[in-house]
Every structure is written in C-alpha cells, then in structure tokens.
Design a protein around this ligand. Structure first.
Ligand SMILES: [Zn+2]
Length: 277
C-alpha cells in the first residue's frame, strides 16, 4: 500500500469512486469474494457494487454489514473524512470534517464524524496491547495504592493504554499485553519486572515519557474526581481508574489512515446514531 502523506498522494490513490470501491473490496475480501450466508466463493456481479452468490443466490454488496452500509454519500467523501480524521487526530472536529469533505449538512457531517470515531475505538477494551509497550509502576497517594500503567506506542505516539490498581506487575503484563510484544520498562534492571519469557525486552530506557504523561493525566483526573481528598476505598479507586482508562482511550485517534479504514469494515453497522446525539 502506498504511503499517504499529502493531499496529492490521497487524491491520486482515492480520488475516484472506482478507486475507493476497489480498495474497500480488497479490504473486505482479501482472498476474494465470500458469500456472507453460505461462504461460497463464486458470485455474479450484478452491477459494480452488487454480488449474487452462485450457490445460495444471496445478494450482497461490499459495504453491507459494515459501517458504510446504507450510506448515501459517495465513498470518496467517506475516504476523505477518514483521511481528515486520521491526519488531525484529537484535533479533528465535525465542523472541520464538513469543510474538508464539502458535505452540505452539518448533521450528516456530525454523524459521519461519530461513526468514524466509533469505529476507531470499538475494539479497544477487548484487545490486549501489543507491539511496543512502555510499562511502569507508580504509587499514587490520593488512592493509597500502586498503579500499573502500560502504553502501546506507534511512531512515538500513544495508541492505547491499560491501567490497573494494586496488581503484581508481571500479572498485569500477562493480563494486558499480548505475548511477543516488546516491553520498555525501567524495571528490567531493577526488581520490578522479572519475567523475560514470552516477551521481548526492549532497549533500556531511563525515562518512560508516555507512561509519565499518562500518570500525570491520571493524577489530575483523580484529584478532580476526589476533590483532592485521599481515599482508602479500593472499589471506588478501581472504578475511577476504569473510567479514566476508557475516557483516555476514547480520545486517541488512530493516525494510520489504512488501519482506520480496516477498522471501519470490521465494525457492524450502527443504526441508532442518528437520533442519539
Ligand atoms: Zn451463498
């Protein structure tokens, strides 16, 4: 896949409806067409979008069953919206998306914005972190417990985080990070993390910049929620940490255009968004 860095790159790869449709088809059926009902792999092409299974006669389209289902907007417009969101990350807004895509109605732009954001985060809580992951442990006085923080990073940016309270660091790593991942921790040479098995030891680092950033955010969040009053209630501390984690992850936008598109064909269509601002 071509690296999309500039608007000109984008226009040359995804400037027409045919290009977008071809790309989406490959994303949806990387090994060729598959009937969603009987898994048969041969179909008649009824028009440029519609397929009819040669075995069970079921009709489907490339976008059926994905977040693009029933859309009235051209795919070029959707792709442009995904490009806008992935290149602006947290700074993207529905108004910005409307300007960028030329969608006439703000309501439609807002809906598209919500759908793309939804696709971006749909699998975050269920998926373990992977790739390069910073791991740190720190005592947080206001909740009277130690907290483990893991941060998955890609190209020096935070992709996803996991936080746990009062848990052995090795157990935390095994529960929240996929085996085979590369772990960056200050604890490798100390006594914090003793395991090496199943994980790749990342290069030694004296500062965990991303963990520090999450830690600062977490402390600020807890201070606000607890009005700067110390607690010793473990259940309350745990539920606050869960809330922090969900909110933090929801704000992170995948800045990889292709990965964001990939997520969009994996997400089931959402029908109740329109009346649910
Ligand atoms: Zn079939």
């Amino acid at each position: 896949m071509k690296n999309i860095e500039t608007l000109a790159d984008f226009e040359s790869e995804f400037g027409t409806e045919e290009q977008c449709l071809r790309f989406l088809t490959n994303l949806r059926w990387p090994n060729g067409y598959r009937c969603p009902r009987c898994r048969h792999d041969e179909a008649w092409l009824l028009n440029e979008k519609k397929y009819k299974c040669k075995k069970c006669k079921y009709q489907t389209t490339v976008t059926a069953g994905t977040i693009f289902q029933d859309t009235h907007l051209p795919l070029t417009c959707w792709f442009r919206a995904v490009w806008y969101i992935s290149s602006n990350a947290e700074k993207a807004t529905a108004i910005g998306l409307q300007k960028e895509t030329g969608i006439k109605s703000y309501k439609t732009a807002f809906l598209i914005f919500k759908k793309i954001r939804y696709a971006n985060t749909f699998d975050i809580s269920s998926k373990p972190l992977q790739g390069t992951v910073e791991v740190g442990q720190t005592f947080i006085p206001i909740v009277s417990y130690c907290v483990n923080i893991a941060v998955e990073t890609r190209k020096k940016k935070i992709k996803c985080i996991a936080v746990s309270l009062n848990e052995d660091c090795n157990t935390f790593v095994m529960n929240s990070i996929k085996k085979g991942s590369s772990i960056l921790s200050k604890g490798w040479n100390g006594n914090q993390i003793l395991f090496v098995k199943d994980y790749v030891r990342g290069p030694y680092t004296s500062r965990l910049l991303h963990v520090d950033r999450v830690h600062k955010n977490l402390v600020r969040f807890l201070n606000q929620k607890l009005d700067n009053k110390k607690i010793r209630d473990k259940d309350l501390a745990e539920s606050l940490i869960r809330e922090f984690c969900q909110k933090f992850n929801a704000k992170i936008v995948d800045t990889d255009f292709y990965e964001l598109l990939q997520k969009m064909v994996q997400v089931k269509p959402i029908t109740d968004f329109s009346d649910n601002k």
